[in-house]
Design a protein around this ligand. Structure first.
Ligand SMILES: [Zn+2]
Length: 133
């Protein structure tokens, strides 16, 4: 298994390895061979030229952001500093005051980072058990 070394948002030639739709048969694909087609780009105020794709199994479209930790995040620049603050033991309200955001923003980011940590732990356990190549 190749561990991601670069955030998905920074990959210039990103290619999806599975369909992000939970109901699609390709969602749990672990082997290479996911069939998709490029579907142009879209632009936001913070990011430009985010590639879109369409799954050739379920015919639903998705973008590179569907695989990113900053998916639907309004303040993606705060993810790393909030994670560092949480690891250092700072309180949510204290982090919110330091970064100039609402405490609920830190609450949601902590939950998001926790979900990603659970996914990372699950992947690590599968690899240690030898269930993933
Ligand atoms: Zn699909």
């Amino acid at each position: 298994m190749q561990w991601p070394g670069t955030p998905v948002e920074h990959l210039s030639r990103f290619q999806p390895h599975f369909c992000p739709r939970r109901g699609c048969p390709e969602h749990l694909r672990r082997e290479p061979g996911f069939r998709f087609r490029r579907l142009g780009y879209y632009v936001t105020r913070r990011r430009w030229k985010i590639p879109r794709f369409v799954c050739l199994t379920c015919r639903r479209s998705f973008s590179r952001q569907s695989f990113a930790v900053s998916y639907y995040s309004k303040r993606p620049e705060l993810l790393v500093p909030v994670a560092a603050g949480l690891v250092a033991g700072s309180a949510h309200r204290q982090l919110a005051r330091a970064f100039g955001c609402a405490p609920s923003t830190v609450d949601r980011m902590a939950a998001r980072l926790g979900r990603h940590a659970i996914l990372l732990l699950a992947r690590a356990r599968l690899e240690l058990a030898g269930l993933v190549r």
